[in-house]
Design a protein around this ligand. Structure first.
Ligand SMILES: N[C@@H](CCC(=O)N[C@@H](CS)C(=O)NCC(=O)O)C(=O)O
Length: 208
């Protein structure tokens, strides 16, 4: 049994989607970020930077922080969504999500969605970077069915939840044909629909 410490955010959805994809039983422990529960000493013991998601695998009592590390752990444990033949490519797109896509789009959320009008510099900078990321993903998905090749993998699972916030981005997902095709195809998966609504049963994946 896996315990998932999480919140209703893109980084949180990565792991609920993964757990649904591999068909593992899991229990969710909600961490209320608004109440700063992530900063409590007992949570910092599991996640040194005070960030969700975290899992505890009660089979072996291991706890894992950082969504990329959790995805790799679950993929290796289940033998799914991280195939050997594409592993080097999967790692690159997964790390690109962890190091660029998530952190940059996260800043766009901060300046454009949560705090508009507070910093022209921040708003312009992260709008531009997010728009570039849309273009770069679109170019990749023009040449490749999924991010790491022909198969749906943990690289797609890490990235898709950020594009699922496209209504906050005001960039116009529809204009990016290949990114839209990929987004909609993944949005149809039963595990994605379930994983997306893991904390809010009424939640519906935004269309384009
Ligand atoms: N690199 C981390 C990022 C996780 C992250 O930024 N989590 C956010 C929610 S989406 C969080 O816990 N924020 C609370 C805080 O920073 O205090 C991962 O991928 O697991």
């Amino acid at each position: 049994m896996i315990e998932l410490f999480s919140a209703n955010t893109p980084n949180g959805w990565k792991i609920s989607i993964m757990l649904e994809e591999i068909g593992y039983d899991f229990k969710v422990t909600k961490i209320d970020l608004g109440k700063e529960e992530q900063l409590k000493p007992e949570f910092i013991k599991l996640s040194p930077f005070g960030k969700i998601p975290v899992i505890t695998d009660h089979d072996n009592k291991k706890s894992i922080f950082e969504s990329g590390a959790i995805l790799i752990y679950l993929a290796e444990k289940s033998g799914k969504l991280y195939n050997e033949k594409d592993r080097l490519v999967i790692n690159q797109w997964l790390m690109a999500q962890m190091g660029t896509i998530g952190p940059m789009i996260g800043q766009h959320h901060q300046f454009h969605h949560y705090n508009p009008g507070k910093s022209d510099f921040g708003e312009e900078r992260y709008f531009k970077i997010t728009k570039r990321i849309y273009g770069e993903l679109d170019a990749r998905l023009k040449e490749s069915k999924f991010l790491a090749g022909n198969d749906y993998t943990i690289a797609d699972i890490a990235t898709w939840p950020w594009i699922a916030r496209h209504e906050w981005h005001d960039i116009g997902l529809k204009k990016y044909q290949n990114l839209s095709r990929w987004y909609l195809e993944i949005a149809k998966r039963e595990a994605v629909i379930k994983g997306y609504s893991f904390m809010d049963k009424q939640a519906r994946i935004p269309g384009i």
